[in-house]
Design a protein around this ligand. Structure first.
Ligand code: PRP
Length: 210
C-alpha cells in the first residue's frame, strides 16, 4: 500500500478532466472509465491508486494523509485554510471568487452589510481587510437567490460564465481571487515519497493546456 501514490480526485466534471490529465501524463488506470459506483481504482504498474472524493473533501483527505496527493479547487483551499503543499496550478476549473449584488447596488455603511455565501471564511477575511462590519449568512447553494429575496445585500460566490448572475439581475462588485484546480500534497508524504510526487507533478505540468 505504502509504495503506491494515493490520489484523491474530485468526483464530477472537474475530476473527469483532471483524470484525463493524469492519463495523458502516463498514470492511466483504465478501470476508472468503467461506469460503476466503485470509488477506488489502482494501477500497480504505474504506482497509482485513485479515490473519487466529494470535491470539498479532497483537501481533508490530503491534509490528514489518507491520500498523498489530490486535486482541489483554490476556493476550497482558501476557505478551509488547509495545511498542505500546493504544487501546481492545473489551469482547469477556472473561475472567479467575487462579491456580487443587484445591478447598481451601493453600500452606504450605515448598516451592517449582509453577505450570503458558502465561503464564510473567505468573505470574513475579505471584508476584515477593509474594516467593513458584515453579517454572514451561511448558505449551501443557489446563493444568488439571497439578494433577490432580500435575505442578503450581496453574495460572495464563484462566477464562471457569469450567466447565473446575469439571468438573476446581479453583477460583480469586487473580484476576490482567481480560482482554478491545484495539485496538492500531504506534507509528510512529500517528504517520504518526494521522488514519486515530484515526478507526477512534473509530468502533469507537461500536459497542462493554456
Ligand atoms: C456555481 C456558483 C454559481 C454558478 C456560477 O454554482 O455557485 O451559482 O456556478 O456559474 P456561471 O457564472 O457559469 O453561471 P453551482 O452550479 O456549483 O451550484 P450551487 O448553486 O449549488 O453552488
Amino acid at each position: 500500500m505504502s509504495n503506491m501514490i494515493n490520489i484523491a480526485l474530485p468526483k464530477g466534471r472537474l475530476g473527469d478532466k483532471v483524470y484525463d490529465m493524469f492519463e495523458k501524463a502516463g498514470f492511466e488506470c483504465p478501470a476508472i472509465r468503467e461506469k460503476n459506483r466503485k470509488l477506488i481504482f489502482e494501477n500497480p504498474e504505474a504506482g497509482v491508486r485513485y479515490f473519487w472524493v466529494k470535491p470539498s473533501d479532497v483537501a481533508i483527505y490530503v491534509e490528514r494523509g489518507a491520500a498523498d496527493i489530490g486535486v482541489a479547487g483554490k476556493d476550497i483551499l482558501m476557505e478551509a485554510g488547509t495545511d498542505v503543499y500546493e504544487l501546481l496550478d492545473l489551469n482547469v476549473g477556472k473561475c472567479t471568487m467575487a462579491v456580487a449584488g443587484p445591478a447598481g447596488f451601493s453600500y452606504d455603511r450605515s448598516n451592517e452589510l449582509r453577505v450570503a455565501t458558502k465561503f464564510v471564511n473567505v468573505a470574513r477575511e475579505f471584508y476584515a481587510a477593509s474594516g467593513t462590519d458584515i453579517d454572514i449568512i451561511h448558505l449551501n447553494g443557489s446563493i444568488e437567490l439571497a439578494p433577490i429575496l432580500g435575505l442578503s445585500d450581496v453574495i460572495v460566490d464563484l462566477v464562471e460564465t457569469g450567466t447565473t448572475l446575469k439571468e438573476n439581475n446581479l453583477e460583480v462588485i469586487d473580484v476576490i481571487a482567481d480560482i482554478s484546480a491545484r495539485l496538492i500534497s500531504n506534507k509528510s508524504s512529500f517528504k517520504f515519497k518526494t521522488k514519486q510526487i515530484v515526478d507526477i507533478s512534473r509530468r502533469l505540468e507537461s500536459v497542462i493546456e493554456d
